[in-house]
Design a protein around this ligand. Structure first.
Ligand code: EPU
Length: 424
């Protein structure tokens, strides 16, 4: 059995202290693929093929959701083709309650059928994740909403009418819902204070190929002119900027050097600037990021905020950098204030960390000991693995089922770069 196939039931032993070297490429972006699959509930008697879809369990759950409401989905390697049309608007809790991106089915299904029954979403346990901004956008489009017994019920008269909405906060998935509601709505939709994440741009690239008329993406204001018909198309999901960041940080944590290939370097500008500040040198060449030297000589202050700032999903990945940098580093998360379960685990094996409000202060002058830790969400597992790469110790890590939700081949990739990680 392949190492990766056994991850769900096992824990791994990381023997760190070995500098990683070589070239590696990230898979397709999880958060792009998930919102695009949800958007494909807009398909009606045509087809859409997505390529570069990552082989992760969150994708499997999204595909199951499409099948639950009547679509035919064909998956071959990294290619997923969706055909058919919505036969039902009612989702069971089996798949939709496991992932947060299930929320994006609100926009596509309501646009087509004017109703939905959707389980309240799941996803990473990284503090409170309310859905009030989604409800506010739905209401702006005239959609009535009720939450009952862990399901969200929505109803609207079709055709939807274009609307104007100002988001209270630039929520990623609420922006997705605003876009999906506007694509087929009659007339003009204007969305203000929207998210500008690359995953939103990638979604609208797909929708534009399908015939949607969407402008202003990547700025604070998106304008959509509703269309009547969407057409068949092909689309390649963008490379995962978060897996690229995870691989960069693995090279850096291990004290190694190497190249992240087939990525979009600009998506990781805030991380690369932070690394430069601490002393890590890199070079960008086309779609490659070369990490040249991983010696850190300066602590830092980093703050996660909505794109184009440092991503909250990357915030846990920089704790290993703080462990390597001399002095006290301060890491703040303004998006998910409680996303620090990884530092509580690192403390169990010797890290010196103070938590105050939405900040962690990490003392880089301490080393970690051998021991056992557990990740509680995708990014915290990656953070723990990368931290374990720093030290010449044996560290056992549980929680790998979370890793499979976001990065199927992460461990294999690290081992190919020279890491010593094995199942036990
Ligand atoms: N928020 C509200 N009300 C809402 C929606 C959001 O208060 O109705 C708050 C959240 O509690 C959070 C902030 O707004 O404090 C930002 O949340 P956002 O809605 O932007 O997050 P999301 O759309 O639910 C996506 C990603 C997350 C990523 C966040 C922030 C997907 C499937 N998930 O979630 O990814 O952390 O954006 O960038 O796209 C991950 O991949 O590890 C992950 C958790």
């Amino acid at each position: 059995m392949e190492l990766q196939e056994r991850l769900e039931k096992n824990c791994i032993r990381v023997r760190g202290g070995k500098a990683l070297h070589g070239s590696v490429k990230p898979d397709g972006a999880k958060n792009s693929a998930l919102i695009q699959l949800a958007a494909l509930a807009l398909v009606e008697n045509n087809f859409v093929t997505l390529r570069n879809v990552p082989p992760i369990t969150d994708v499997d759950d999204s595909i199951k959701m499409l099948e639950e409401v009547g679509f035919h989905v064909k998956k071959h390697e990294d290619e997923v083709t969706v055909t058919g049309a919505l036969q039902s608007t009612s989702f069971s809790s089996e798949y939709g309650s496991k992932i947060r991106a299930s929320l994006a089915f609100l926009g596509s299904v309501i646009s087509r059928k004017g109703e939905i029954k959707l389980p309240l979403p799941g996803g990473d346990k990284i503090g409170p994740r309310p859905i009030d901004i989604h409800i506010a956008i739905l209401n702006t489009f005239g959609v009535k909403t009720v939450v009952e017994d862990d399901f969200l019920y929505c109803k609207a008269d079709l055709p939807l009418k274009g609307a104007s909405a100002v988001l209270r906060y630039p929520s990623v998935l609420a922006t997705v819902n605003g876009i999906l509601l506007g694509v087929l709505a009659e007339g003009r939709t204007e969305l203000y204070n929207v998210a500008k994440e690359p995953e939103i741009v990638d979604l609208t690239n797909l929708l534009s190929k399908m015939g949607a008329d969407i402008r202003g993406v990547g700025t604070d204001r998106i304008v959509i002119h509703g269309v009547k018909v969407l057409k068949s198309t092909y689309h390649e999901v963008m490379p995962d900027r978060l897996e690229a960041a995870a691989l960069i940080m693995a090279l850096v944590a291990s004290g190694g050097s190497g190249t992240i290939e087939q990525t979009i370097p600009e998506h990781n500008t805030p991380l690369l600037n932070l690394l430069k500040h601490t002393g890590v040198t890199h070079k960008i060449e086309g779609d490659k990021i070369h990490i040249i030297k991983s010696e850190c000589f300066r602590g830092f202050h980093a703050e996660a905020r909505p794109y184009p700032a440092l991503a909250t999903d990357i915030q846990p990945l920089i704790a290993p950098l703080a462990l390597k940098c001399p002095g006290i580093s301060k890491i703040v998360d303004t998006v998910h204030h409680e996303r620090f379960s990884h530092v509580d685990e690192l403390k169990k094996i010797g890290a010196e960390v103070d938590r105050i409000d939405n900040a962690a202060y990490i003392n880089g002058n301490r080393t970690l000991n051998s021991g056992t830790v557990a990740g509680h969400d995708i990014r915290s597992v990656v953070s723990l693995i990368n931290a374990a790469l720093i030290y010449d110790e044996e560290i056992l890590i549980y929680g790998l089922e979370h890793l499979n939700r976001g990065h199927k081949h992460f461990i294999d990739k690290l081992n190919r770069l020279g890491a010593d990680i094995e199942m036990i």
